[in-house]
Design a protein around this ligand. Structure first.
Ligand code: SF4
Ligand code: SF4
Length: 364
C-alpha cells in the first residue's frame, strides 16, 4: 500500500517562496509537454507539481529531475492556471540547500534574511581577529601598501583552512543528496548510462548546451556563460595572486597579464550580471518571482567584483579609503566563496552532482 506523508509546512514554504497557488494546478501536463529538457520517460515538471500540491517533501528533496531543470521559464509561460511551475521547482532547489547543509545552521544563516547581519558579522570578526593577532591593525601612513595592513600569509592560510572545512562539510551533505537520488530514482536494468558521466557533464557545463535547449531564454545562456567563465578566470587570477604574495612579487603591475586577465574577467561578470538583473526586473512574465536568495547571490557577486575593481583603483590612486575597501572586499570574498555550498551558488555543486547521477543511469 502506498503511504502518503504530506508536509504542510513544506508546502506552505514552497508556496511562499514561489508565489504560486499550488492548489490551482489542474495537472493538465502542458508544463511537461513544453519543457525541452524533460526526458520522454517520466517527464517533469508536472509530476513535481502534483507532489508539491500534496506537500510530499520526501519525493521532491533528492529528486534528480529538479536539478535537470535550468529555469528557462517556458513551462510557466504555457501554464493555463498561472501556477508558475518554474518558480516552484526553483523553490524546491532552494529548500534543498538548507536541507543538505551541514551543519544545518549554516544553511539557515545564509538563506534567511533575519540572519544576514550574523552572516556578515562572522567574517568581519574573523578578519579583525587576524589583524589584531598579527599586530597590523593600524592604517599605515604613506602610499597605499595593502600588505602593511593586511597580513597576507595569515589571511590566505586562515581563509583557505575555513574554505576547506566548509567544503568538507558540504561534501557530507552532497553524499546524502547522492544517496537520496539513488533511492528515489534507482538505475533501471534496461537503460545504459554513460560510461564516463563526469566527462559528459563537464562538456555540457562548458558548452552550456542545456541552456540552449530552452526556447524563450537565450539571453540567459549568454549571461550565464559570461559570469561562469568570468568567475573561473577570476579564480585563476586569485590563485596566481596568492602565489605572487608567497614569492614576494605582489602587488602585480597594471601591465601584468594576470592583472589584465582579472580586469577582463570583471568586465565579463559585470556584463553577465547586468543582463541577469535586467531580465529579473523587466522580464518577470517569463523569469517569475525573484526571491531573497536570487538577489543575495547577484548582489554578493556584484559587490565582490566591484570592490575588487575599486581596491585596484584605490592602490593606483592612493585613495584614503583604500584599506576600508580592501576590508569590504575580503568580507565579500568570504560571502561568495566560503558560503558557496550553502547559498544559491551551491547549484554549482548540486546541479553537477545531479547531472552526473542522471547521466550515469542513462537519464537524458
Ligand atoms: S503547473 Fe500548470 S501547466 Fe503544469 S500541470 Fe499544473 S496547471 Fe498544467
Ligand atoms: S523552467 Fe524550463 S527547464 Fe525547467 S521545467 Fe520549466 S520548461 Fe523545463
Amino acid at each position: 500500500m502506498l503511504e502518503v506523508k504530506p508536509d504542510i509546512d513544506f508546502k506552505r514554504e514552497l508556496s511562499r517562496m514561489s508565489g504560486s497557488q499550488l492548489n490551482q494546478c489542474m495537472q493538465c501536463g502542458n508544463c511537461s509537454a513544453v519543457c525541452s529538457l524533460a526526458p520522454a520517460e517520466r517527464p517533469f515538471p508536472r509530476k513535481e507539481m502534483v507532489w508539491a500540491g500534496w506537500g510530499l517533501k520526501e519525493k521532491l528533496i533528492g529528486n534528480v529531475d529538479v536539478w535537470l531543470c535550468h529555469q528557462c521559464g517556458d513551462c510557466s509561460s504555457y501554464c493555463p492556471r498561472d501556477v508558475k511551475p518554474a518558480d516552484v521547482i526553483a523553490a524546491v532547489r532552494q529548500q534543498s540547500y538548507m536541507h543538505y547543509a551541514r551543519p544545518r545552521f549554516l544553511g539557515k544563516l545564509v538563506n534567511k534574511p533575519a540572519w544576514l547581519p550574523v552572516a556578515i558579522l562572522i567574517p568581519v570578526l574573523v578578519i579583525i581577529s587576524i589583524l589584531s593577532v598579527a599586530g597590523t591593525f593600524k592604517i599605515p601612513e604613506g602610499p597605499v601598501d595593502y600588505s602593511a595592513f593586511f597580513p597576507h600569509a595569515w589571511l590566505n592560510s586562515t581563509f583557505s583552512a575555513i574554505t576547506l572545512i566548509f567544503y568538507l562539510l558540504a561534501s557530507w551533505g552532497i553524499g546524502s543528496f547522492w544517496n537520496d537520488m539513488k533511492r528515489q530514482t534507482p538505475p533501471s536494468g534496461d537503460k545504459k548510462g554513460s560510461r564516463r558521466p563526469a566527462f559528459q557533464v563537464l562538456g555540457e557545463i562548458l558548452s552550456h548546451s542545456n541552456f540552449s535547449g530552452c526556447g524563450s531564454q537565450r539571453p540567459r545562456q549568454v549571461a550565464h556563460m559570461l559570469v561562469f567563465f568570468g568567475f573561473g578566470l577570476l579564480i585563476l587570477v586569485t590563485i596566481y595572486a596568492i602565489w605572487a604574495t608567497i614569492t614576494h612579487n605582489y602587488p602585480l603591475k597594471f601591465s601584468n597579464p594576470f592583472k589584465i586577465a582579472g580586469n577582463v574577467a570583471s568586465l565579463m561578470i559585470f556584463t553577465g550580471l547586468g543582463i541577469m538583473i535586467f531580465q529579473r526586473l523587466f522580464n518577470r512574465s517569463i523569469f517569475g518571482k525573484s526571491g531573497y536568495s536570487d538577489w543575495l547571490l547577484l548582489t554578493s557577486i556584484a559587490l565582490l567584483t566591484l570592490s575588487g575593481t575599486l581596491v585596484e583603483l584605490a592602490r593606483f590612486g592612493n585613495w584614503s579609503s583604500a584599506y576600508h575597501l580592501y576590508f569590504f572586499h575580503l568580507v565579500a570574498v568570504w560571502f561568495v566563496i566560503m558560503y558557496l555550498p550553502f547559498t544559491k551558488l551551491g547549484h554549482v555543486l548540486y546541479r553537477t552532482t545531479a547531472l552526473v547521477y542522471a547521466r550515469s543511469i542513462g537519464r537524458k
